[in-house]
Design a protein around this ligand. Structure first.
Ligand code: XMP
Length: 528
């Protein structure tokens, strides 16, 4: 393997000015077949140069360029000759730095807005309709384009809604091309990447696999590797990549903590193993977890116990594997695979502004004092890319398209003490809900649909001739882009009716099904 192959790919840098849209922009650039990286707005010209970017995209931001504490930017970056595309706040930063005028007009534009393009002969506007509907969100506006820049679009209240200079390869738009509400937004971004920055569309799952396999081989050599599988997408794809790279140097460990949903253990033990050929050790820790959770109702305590037991169990399994490995040929296990994703990297300090660390989501993570070297083949990837890579690697669709599921599993979806009977009840109800949602073709519309058992609540019902005194099941279908915010999904009534009927008919002890109609915030996605 030559060093050349292992050099980081040259990225388009997406400068994060603190808007929720920066990650979305980075994803859209990749959807256009171009590798992108998020960088904070505090990046210096030297740091930009060191990354050898093929282009820059400046994101939107929450502030006015004149507001106190507004995110700053090193203006000399505009002198580096890098093709640049400014969006919303980024467009205004560009205008101001290059000698244009940004002002507070008092006219704000929020939401769907009609824009009229003025020169569709310019390469960046190629194929774009002259009149189109775009998504706006701004108070300030560019009042005058910088010298040498041509005004390329306007709206009823914003005379300079886009400008550009072919010579300097710099363009900007006031609207948000990255959101789906902007009708031709993706095409516009692609025009910038293809025709202005001249970047070929070469970022795709196949190339990423090839590149990661090379990197893993270079890192691991002939060393031994272990990986904890959770049943989720990330660890499954990470392990499959490592297996593709170093085969049986990898051993996977799967802890069955008894808080899994119906069929999940089989999906890993049978389907996943069949499709990848990985060596798998399953640890049956169901008893141990149930015992540790006995009598516990407080959600934080549950999380702590589950996290602690998980670490202990994994450590025991790992110690055994290390001992076995040392015995067999004397070579130790040196590496541990983790399915860390790009948003985790950015959110824990790689980016800025939007950082929002979900510390409690590390439950089910691994002990900190392990002395392994980490192998993290998904560190540069977004979730949808990880799924695509999983598909390319031939993983079962149930795993690849699995919706998010919390590490502590059903343990936090039983409100009250966790017992085997209650787990069985919840598993049955959850399986019905999932089956019906899938059958109705709704999986893509739903981010996830926690099914919750209110084990400490009972209410009177009537079934057949008798009165019942059973528990409610809560359905919590949500739509979301990133789980930070969410809205409840408006599921068709007939689907809800089928789920409700089936659950109350088939699941003992459940006599009501209720729907959660709360957005996040104020509610969280999970009930705990
Ligand atoms: P909340 O309930 O905070 O959840 O709105 C946001 C997202 O995080 C998932 N979640 C977890 N994921 N380990 C995980 O891997 C956890 O401990 C955990 N707790 C919540 C939740 O399902 C939702 O997608």
């Amino acid at each position: 393997m030559t060093n050349q192959t292992l050099e980081a790919p040259r990225p388009v840098l997406v400068v994060d000015f603190g808007a929720q849209y920066a990650q979305l922009i980075a994803r859209r650039v990749r959807e256009a077949g171009v590798y992108s990286e998020l960088v904070p707005h505090t990046i210096t010209a030297a740091e930009v140069l060191a990354k050898k970017p093929l282009g820059l995209v400046l994101s939107g931001g929450p502030s006015s360029v004149y507001a106190e504490g507004a995110p700053t930017f090193d203006d000399s970056i505009f002198e580096l000759g890098i093709p640049t595309f400014g969006i919303c706040y980024g467009f205004q930063v560009m205008a101001q730095a290059l000698g244009g005028v940004v002002g507070h007009t008092g006219d704000r534009e929020y939401g769907a807005t009609d824009v009229v393009l003025s020169n569709t002969a310019d390469a960046i506007l190629q194929g774009q309709p002259v009149e189109q509907n775009v998504w706006m969100s701004h108070g300030d506006a560019v009042q005058q384009a910088p010298e040498g820049f041509e005004v390329l679009a306007s709206t009823a209240v914003t005379p300079v809604a886009a400008f550009g200079s072919k010579e300097r390869r710099m363009y900007g738009v006031q609207w948000h091309p990255e959101v789906k509400h902007s009708d031709h937004g993706q095409a516009l971004l692609e025009n910038f990447l293809r025709f202005i920055a001249d970047i070929p569309a070469e970022w795709n799952a196949e190339n990423v696999i090839e590149d990661q396999v090379a990197r893993i081989r270079a890192q691991v050599g002939d060393g031994k590797v272990i990986c904890g599988l959770s049943g989720g997408v990330d660890s499954a794809v990470a392990a499959a990549l490592v297996h593709r790279a170093v085969g049986d140097q990898l051993t996977c460990v799967f802890v069955d903590h008894g808080l899994l949903r119906q069929g999940e253990r089989e999906q890993v033990e049978v389907d996943y193993v069949a499709s990848t050929g990985v060596r798998l050790v399953t640890v049956d820790a169901r008893e141990k977890f149930l015992t540790a959770l006995q009598g516990v109702t407080d959600p934080e305590t549950k999380r702590k116990i589950i996290g602690r037991e998980f670490i202990r169990t994994f450590e025991e399994a790992e110690a055994q594997l290390v001992a076995e490995a040392a015995e067999s040929d004397g070579s130790p296990i040196r590496f541990l695979v983790q399915g860390t994703l790009y948003p985790d990297v950015v959110e824990s300090g790689g980016g800025s502004g939007t950082a929002n660390i979900k510390s409690h989501h590390n439950v089910g993570g691994l002990p900190e004092d392990l002395t392994f070297e980490l192998v993290e083949p998904l560190r540069t990837l977004f979730k949808d890319e990880v799924r695509e890579i999983g598909r390319q690697l031939g993983l079962p669709e149930v795993i690849v398209s699995r919706q998010p599921f919390p590490g502590p599993g059903l343990g936090i979806r039983i409100i009250g003490e966790v017992t085997e009977d209650r787990l069985e009840t919840l598993r049955a109800a959850d399986a019905i809900a999932r089956e019906e949602l899938t059958a109705a073709g709704l999986d893509a519309e739903i981010w996830q649909c926690p099914v919750v058992l209110l084990a400490d609540v009972r209410s009177v019902g009537v079934q057949g001739d008798g009165r019942t005194y059973g528990h409610p099941i809560v359905l919590r279908p949500v739509s979301s882009e990133d789980a930070m915010t969410a809205d409840w999904t408006r599921l068709p009534y007939d689907v809800l009716a089928r789920i409700s009927n089936k659950i109350t008919n088939q699941v003992p002890d459940v006599n009501r099904v209720v729907l959660d109609v709360t957005s996040k915030p104020p509610g969280t996605i999970e009930w705990e």
